[in-house]
Design a binder for this molecule. Structure first.
Ligand SMILES: [Zn+2]
Length: 355
Protein backbone atom coordinates (compact mmCIF):
# COMPACT_ATOMS: atom_id res chain seq x y z
CA UNK A 1 0.00 0.00 0.00
CA UNK A 2 1.43 3.31 -1.04
CA UNK A 3 1.13 5.92 1.72
CA UNK A 4 0.73 8.97 -0.48
CA UNK A 5 -1.87 7.22 -2.64
CA UNK A 6 -3.82 6.28 0.49
CA UNK A 7 -3.76 9.88 1.78
CA UNK A 8 -4.83 11.23 -1.61
CA UNK A 9 -7.66 8.71 -1.92
CA UNK A 10 -8.99 9.48 1.55
CA UNK A 11 -8.70 13.30 1.48
CA UNK A 12 -10.23 13.60 -1.98
CA UNK A 13 -13.14 11.36 -0.95
CA UNK A 14 -16.62 12.81 -0.55
CA UNK A 15 -18.14 12.56 2.93
CA UNK A 16 -19.81 15.24 5.03
CA UNK A 17 -21.40 14.24 8.33
CA UNK A 18 -24.10 11.65 7.81
CA UNK A 19 -22.98 11.05 4.22
CA UNK A 20 -19.87 8.99 4.95
CA UNK A 21 -20.69 6.02 2.68
CA UNK A 22 -17.83 6.61 0.23
CA UNK A 23 -15.22 6.85 3.00
CA UNK A 24 -16.72 3.86 4.79
CA UNK A 25 -16.33 1.79 1.60
CA UNK A 26 -12.70 2.88 1.28
CA UNK A 27 -11.96 1.84 4.86
CA UNK A 28 -13.83 -1.42 4.39
CA UNK A 29 -11.67 -2.17 1.35
CA UNK A 30 -8.49 -1.80 3.41
CA UNK A 31 -9.85 -3.39 6.60
CA UNK A 32 -11.58 -6.48 5.29
CA UNK A 33 -8.56 -8.55 4.28
CA UNK A 34 -6.85 -8.00 7.63
CA UNK A 35 -9.54 -7.96 10.30
CA UNK A 36 -13.10 -8.73 11.25
CA UNK A 37 -15.24 -5.76 10.20
CA UNK A 38 -18.24 -4.55 12.19
CA UNK A 39 -20.62 -1.77 11.16
CA UNK A 40 -22.92 -0.06 13.63
CA UNK A 41 -26.34 1.33 12.82
CA UNK A 42 -25.28 4.98 12.74
CA UNK A 43 -22.68 4.25 10.07
CA UNK A 44 -19.38 3.84 11.91
CA UNK A 45 -17.15 1.01 10.76
CA UNK A 46 -14.90 -0.93 13.09
CA UNK A 47 -12.04 -3.33 12.34
CA UNK A 48 -11.39 -5.82 15.13
CA UNK A 49 -7.84 -7.15 15.25
CA UNK A 50 -7.38 -9.79 17.88
CA UNK A 51 -3.97 -10.19 19.47
CA UNK A 52 -2.81 -12.81 21.95
CA UNK A 53 -5.28 -11.64 24.60
CA UNK A 54 -8.93 -10.53 24.57
CA UNK A 55 -8.13 -7.63 26.83
CA UNK A 56 -7.31 -4.86 27.20
CA UNK A 57 -9.64 -3.79 24.41
CA UNK A 58 -8.04 -0.74 22.83
CA UNK A 59 -10.19 1.49 20.66
CA UNK A 60 -8.66 3.92 18.17
CA UNK A 61 -11.26 6.30 16.73
CA UNK A 62 -10.89 8.54 13.69
CA UNK A 63 -13.86 10.28 12.19
CA UNK A 64 -14.75 9.72 8.56
CA UNK A 65 -16.83 12.86 8.11
CA UNK A 66 -15.52 16.21 6.91
CA UNK A 67 -17.11 19.62 7.33
CA UNK A 68 -19.18 20.74 4.37
CA UNK A 69 -22.62 22.02 3.50
CA UNK A 70 -26.08 20.82 2.63
CA UNK A 71 -28.46 22.12 -0.02
CA UNK A 72 -31.28 23.93 1.79
CA UNK A 73 -33.39 25.31 -1.03
CA UNK A 74 -33.11 26.45 -4.62
CA UNK A 75 -34.30 29.91 -5.59
CA UNK A 76 -36.46 30.38 -8.66
CA UNK A 77 -33.46 32.02 -10.35
CA UNK A 78 -31.46 28.81 -9.75
CA UNK A 79 -29.21 29.92 -6.85
CA UNK A 80 -28.71 27.35 -4.13
CA UNK A 81 -29.12 28.33 -0.49
CA UNK A 82 -27.17 26.07 1.85
CA UNK A 83 -26.71 25.00 5.47
CA UNK A 84 -23.23 24.68 6.97
CA UNK A 85 -22.49 21.17 8.30
CA UNK A 86 -19.79 21.43 10.98
CA UNK A 87 -17.85 24.46 12.16
CA UNK A 88 -17.10 26.91 9.33
CA UNK A 89 -15.93 30.48 9.73
CA UNK A 90 -17.94 32.60 7.33
CA UNK A 91 -14.89 34.59 6.24
CA UNK A 92 -13.51 31.45 4.58
CA UNK A 93 -16.55 30.93 2.40
CA UNK A 94 -17.02 33.52 -0.37
CA UNK A 95 -15.23 32.34 -3.49
CA UNK A 96 -14.83 28.76 -2.23
CA UNK A 97 -15.25 26.25 -5.04
CA UNK A 98 -17.53 23.37 -4.11
CA UNK A 99 -18.96 20.10 -5.38
CA UNK A 100 -22.58 19.13 -4.90
CA UNK A 101 -23.45 15.44 -5.02
CA UNK A 102 -26.96 14.81 -6.31
CA UNK A 103 -29.10 11.79 -5.51
CA UNK A 104 -27.86 10.02 -8.65
CA UNK A 105 -24.30 10.32 -7.39
CA UNK A 106 -23.18 12.92 -9.96
CA UNK A 107 -20.87 15.63 -8.66
CA UNK A 108 -21.66 19.14 -9.84
CA UNK A 109 -19.20 22.05 -9.57
CA UNK A 110 -20.15 25.44 -8.19
CA UNK A 111 -18.84 28.40 -6.23
CA UNK A 112 -20.04 30.11 -3.06
CA UNK A 113 -21.14 33.56 -4.09
CA UNK A 114 -22.18 36.79 -2.44
CA UNK A 115 -22.32 40.48 -3.39
CA UNK A 116 -18.95 41.62 -4.77
CA UNK A 117 -16.82 43.97 -2.64
CA UNK A 118 -17.59 46.83 -5.04
CA UNK A 119 -21.25 46.64 -4.11
CA UNK A 120 -20.88 46.45 -0.33
CA UNK A 121 -21.75 49.50 1.76
CA UNK A 122 -18.89 50.68 4.05
CA UNK A 123 -20.81 49.17 6.99
CA UNK A 124 -21.25 45.79 5.23
CA UNK A 125 -17.57 45.72 4.22
CA UNK A 126 -16.48 45.88 7.89
CA UNK A 127 -18.61 42.91 8.93
CA UNK A 128 -18.04 39.19 8.64
CA UNK A 129 -20.29 38.06 5.79
CA UNK A 130 -23.40 36.20 6.85
CA UNK A 131 -23.99 32.68 5.56
CA UNK A 132 -27.64 33.53 5.04
CA UNK A 133 -26.61 36.03 2.37
CA UNK A 134 -24.47 33.53 0.49
CA UNK A 135 -25.51 30.97 -2.08
CA UNK A 136 -23.96 28.38 -4.37
CA UNK A 137 -23.83 29.36 -8.01
CA UNK A 138 -23.86 26.37 -10.38
CA UNK A 139 -24.18 28.56 -13.44
CA UNK A 140 -27.95 28.70 -13.78
CA UNK A 141 -29.03 31.42 -16.20
CA UNK A 142 -32.18 32.13 -18.11
CA UNK A 143 -34.72 29.46 -17.33
CA UNK A 144 -32.15 26.77 -16.49
CA UNK A 145 -33.55 24.93 -13.48
CA UNK A 146 -30.86 23.07 -11.46
CA UNK A 147 -33.52 21.02 -9.71
CA UNK A 148 -34.80 19.63 -13.00
CA UNK A 149 -31.66 19.67 -15.12
CA UNK A 150 -29.10 18.63 -12.51
CA UNK A 151 -31.36 16.72 -10.13
CA UNK A 152 -30.14 18.84 -7.21
CA UNK A 153 -32.49 18.55 -4.23
CA UNK A 154 -32.66 19.87 -0.66
CA UNK A 155 -30.54 17.57 1.52
CA UNK A 156 -27.86 16.98 -1.12
CA UNK A 157 -24.35 17.14 0.41
CA UNK A 158 -21.71 19.67 -0.63
CA UNK A 159 -17.94 19.59 -0.09
CA UNK A 160 -15.17 22.08 -0.81
CA UNK A 161 -13.14 21.44 -3.94
CA UNK A 162 -9.69 20.46 -2.73
CA UNK A 163 -7.09 18.63 -4.75
CA UNK A 164 -4.35 16.76 -2.91
CA UNK A 165 -1.01 18.49 -3.59
CA UNK A 166 2.61 17.98 -2.57
CA UNK A 167 4.19 21.27 -1.44
CA UNK A 168 7.65 22.78 -1.17
CA UNK A 169 10.22 20.23 -0.03
CA UNK A 170 8.09 17.11 -0.45
CA UNK A 171 7.45 16.77 3.29
CA UNK A 172 4.34 18.93 3.36
CA UNK A 173 1.02 18.09 1.76
CA UNK A 174 -2.03 20.25 1.15
CA UNK A 175 -5.52 18.80 0.93
CA UNK A 176 -9.08 19.34 2.05
CA UNK A 177 -10.43 17.12 4.84
CA UNK A 178 -7.19 16.28 6.63
CA UNK A 179 -9.68 16.57 9.48
CA UNK A 180 -10.00 13.68 9.83
CA UNK A 181 -8.96 11.57 6.86
CA UNK A 182 -5.43 11.73 8.26
CA UNK A 183 -6.82 9.77 11.23
CA UNK A 184 -8.57 7.34 8.87
CA UNK A 185 -5.26 6.73 7.08
CA UNK A 186 -3.61 6.09 10.46
CA UNK A 187 -6.25 3.43 11.20
CA UNK A 188 -5.43 1.67 7.92
CA UNK A 189 -1.67 1.84 8.38
CA UNK A 190 -1.82 0.86 12.05
CA UNK A 191 -3.83 -2.24 11.15
CA UNK A 192 -1.27 -3.01 8.48
CA UNK A 193 1.55 -2.72 11.04
CA UNK A 194 -0.31 -4.96 13.51
CA UNK A 195 -0.35 -7.86 11.07
CA UNK A 196 3.45 -8.03 11.40
CA UNK A 197 3.71 -8.83 15.13
CA UNK A 198 1.80 -10.36 18.01
CA UNK A 199 0.20 -7.81 20.33
CA UNK A 200 -0.97 -8.51 23.89
CA UNK A 201 -4.48 -7.04 23.53
CA UNK A 202 -7.36 -6.71 21.09
CA UNK A 203 -7.48 -3.62 18.92
CA UNK A 204 -10.58 -1.93 17.50
CA UNK A 205 -10.00 0.59 14.72
CA UNK A 206 -13.12 2.69 14.35
CA UNK A 207 -13.91 5.02 11.47
CA UNK A 208 -16.62 7.06 13.15
CA UNK A 209 -19.59 8.90 11.65
CA UNK A 210 -20.85 12.42 12.41
CA UNK A 211 -18.04 13.74 14.62
CA UNK A 212 -18.23 17.26 13.24
CA UNK A 213 -21.83 17.69 14.32
CA UNK A 214 -21.34 16.47 17.91
CA UNK A 215 -19.21 13.31 18.31
CA UNK A 216 -22.25 11.20 17.51
CA UNK A 217 -20.71 8.17 15.79
CA UNK A 218 -18.06 7.72 18.47
CA UNK A 219 -20.84 7.38 21.03
CA UNK A 220 -22.48 4.44 19.26
CA UNK A 221 -19.12 2.93 18.27
CA UNK A 222 -17.98 2.97 21.91
CA UNK A 223 -21.24 1.32 22.88
CA UNK A 224 -20.53 -1.40 20.29
CA UNK A 225 -16.89 -1.94 21.26
CA UNK A 226 -17.03 -1.41 25.05
CA UNK A 227 -13.33 -0.49 25.12
CA UNK A 228 -10.98 -0.59 28.12
CA UNK A 229 -8.86 2.20 26.64
CA UNK A 230 -9.78 4.87 24.09
CA UNK A 231 -7.75 6.98 21.70
CA UNK A 232 -8.91 9.62 19.24
CA UNK A 233 -6.66 10.12 16.23
CA UNK A 234 -7.23 13.49 14.62
CA UNK A 235 -5.62 16.72 13.49
CA UNK A 236 -4.27 19.15 16.09
CA UNK A 237 -3.97 22.90 15.83
CA UNK A 238 -0.78 24.56 14.52
CA UNK A 239 0.27 27.91 15.94
CA UNK A 240 3.30 28.45 13.69
CA UNK A 241 1.88 30.98 11.23
CA UNK A 242 1.89 34.82 11.19
CA UNK A 243 -0.42 36.30 13.82
CA UNK A 244 0.45 33.82 16.56
CA UNK A 245 2.52 35.27 19.38
CA UNK A 246 5.77 33.80 20.68
CA UNK A 247 7.64 30.64 19.79
CA UNK A 248 5.21 27.95 18.68
CA UNK A 249 5.41 24.48 20.21
CA UNK A 250 2.46 23.30 18.16
CA UNK A 251 3.90 23.36 14.68
CA UNK A 252 4.48 21.34 11.55
CA UNK A 253 7.38 18.98 12.17
CA UNK A 254 6.89 18.87 15.95
CA UNK A 255 5.80 15.22 15.92
CA UNK A 256 2.83 13.77 17.78
CA UNK A 257 0.47 16.20 19.51
CA UNK A 258 -0.61 14.90 22.92
CA UNK A 259 -3.82 16.46 24.21
CA UNK A 260 -3.78 17.93 27.71
CA UNK A 261 -7.18 19.59 27.58
CA UNK A 262 -10.19 20.19 25.38
CA UNK A 263 -13.77 21.34 26.01
CA UNK A 264 -15.06 17.77 26.23
CA UNK A 265 -12.40 15.84 28.14
CA UNK A 266 -9.59 15.91 30.64
CA UNK A 267 -7.39 13.13 29.22
CA UNK A 268 -6.48 10.26 31.54
CA UNK A 269 -3.29 11.40 33.27
CA UNK A 270 -1.60 8.00 33.69
CA UNK A 271 -2.42 7.05 30.10
CA UNK A 272 -1.00 10.38 28.89
CA UNK A 273 2.18 9.81 30.91
CA UNK A 274 2.51 6.22 29.64
CA UNK A 275 2.30 7.45 26.05
CA UNK A 276 4.78 10.32 26.64
CA UNK A 277 7.24 7.90 28.26
CA UNK A 278 6.99 5.53 25.29
CA UNK A 279 7.69 8.44 22.95
CA UNK A 280 10.71 9.55 24.98
CA UNK A 281 12.18 6.06 25.24
CA UNK A 282 11.90 5.66 21.48
CA UNK A 283 13.00 9.15 20.44
CA UNK A 284 9.65 10.04 18.92
CA UNK A 285 9.13 13.83 18.98
CA UNK A 286 5.94 15.00 20.67
CA UNK A 287 4.41 18.15 22.11
CA UNK A 288 1.36 19.04 24.16
CA UNK A 289 -1.75 20.57 22.67
CA UNK A 290 -5.13 21.89 23.76
CA UNK A 291 -8.32 22.71 21.92
CA UNK A 292 -11.50 24.75 22.12
CA UNK A 293 -13.79 22.00 20.90
CA UNK A 294 -13.56 18.25 21.25
CA UNK A 295 -12.38 14.97 19.83
CA UNK A 296 -14.15 11.61 19.63
CA UNK A 297 -12.66 10.74 23.02
CA UNK A 298 -15.05 13.36 24.46
CA UNK A 299 -17.78 10.72 24.39
CA UNK A 300 -15.66 7.57 24.52
CA UNK A 301 -14.17 8.43 27.93
CA UNK A 302 -17.60 8.75 29.54
CA UNK A 303 -19.08 5.61 28.01
CA UNK A 304 -20.06 2.75 30.34
CA UNK A 305 -18.27 3.16 33.69
CA UNK A 306 -15.56 5.36 32.21
CA UNK A 307 -12.74 4.64 29.76
CA UNK A 308 -9.18 5.99 30.22
CA UNK A 309 -8.71 8.00 27.04
CA UNK A 310 -6.30 10.26 25.21
CA UNK A 311 -6.36 12.18 21.93
CA UNK A 312 -3.28 12.14 19.72
CA UNK A 313 -3.00 14.62 16.88
CA UNK A 314 -1.15 15.22 13.65
CA UNK A 315 -0.41 18.98 13.52
CA UNK A 316 -2.37 20.67 10.74
CA UNK A 317 -2.51 24.25 9.49
CA UNK A 318 -5.85 25.86 8.55
CA UNK A 319 -8.10 23.28 10.22
CA UNK A 320 -11.77 23.79 9.25
CA UNK A 321 -11.12 25.68 6.05
CA UNK A 322 -11.12 24.51 2.42
CA UNK A 323 -7.45 23.39 2.55
CA UNK A 324 -5.04 22.29 5.28
CA UNK A 325 -1.34 21.41 5.40
CA UNK A 326 0.33 18.55 7.26
CA UNK A 327 3.86 17.16 7.42
CA UNK A 328 4.35 13.56 6.38
CA UNK A 329 7.07 13.26 9.06
CA UNK A 330 4.54 14.07 11.78
CA UNK A 331 2.21 11.47 10.32
CA UNK A 332 4.97 8.89 10.43
CA UNK A 333 5.91 9.79 14.00
CA UNK A 334 2.30 9.44 15.13
CA UNK A 335 2.00 6.08 13.36
CA UNK A 336 5.17 4.81 15.04
CA UNK A 337 3.92 5.96 18.43
CA UNK A 338 0.56 4.22 17.94
CA UNK A 339 2.32 1.01 16.94
CA UNK A 340 4.43 1.16 20.11
CA UNK A 341 1.33 1.75 22.23
CA UNK A 342 -0.26 -1.43 20.89
CA UNK A 343 2.96 -3.38 21.40
CA UNK A 344 3.20 -2.39 25.06
CA UNK A 345 -0.33 -1.92 26.35
CA UNK A 346 -0.92 -5.28 28.04
CA UNK A 347 -3.00 -6.35 31.04
CA UNK A 348 -0.30 -5.35 33.54
CA UNK A 349 -0.07 -1.83 32.14
CA UNK A 350 -3.87 -1.66 32.15
CA UNK A 351 -3.98 -2.67 35.82
CA UNK A 352 -1.49 0.08 36.67
CA UNK A 353 -3.46 2.69 34.71
CA UNK A 354 -6.70 2.14 36.57
CA UNK A 355 -5.19 1.54 40.03
ZN1 LIG B 1 -11.58 16.22 13.56
Amino acid sequence: MERIELLKELTEGFGISGYEAEIRETLKKYFSSRAEVIQDRLGSIIAKKKGTADSPKIMFAAHMDEIGFMVKEISKEGFIKFLPVGGWWQGNLPGLRVWIKNSKGDTIPGVIGMKPIHELTPEEAKKIPEIEKMYIDVGATGNFNPQEKMKIRPGDPVIPDGKFESLANGELYMAKAWDDRVGCALLVELLNNLTAFEHPNTVYLAGTAQEEVGLRGARTAAFTVEPDIGFALDVSICRDTPGNEGEAKEKLGAGAAILIYDSTMIPHIKLRDFVCELAELNNIPYHFTSLKGGYDTGVIHISKSGVPSLAIGVPCRYVHSGAGIISIKDYENVLNLLTLIVKHLNQDVMAQLIK
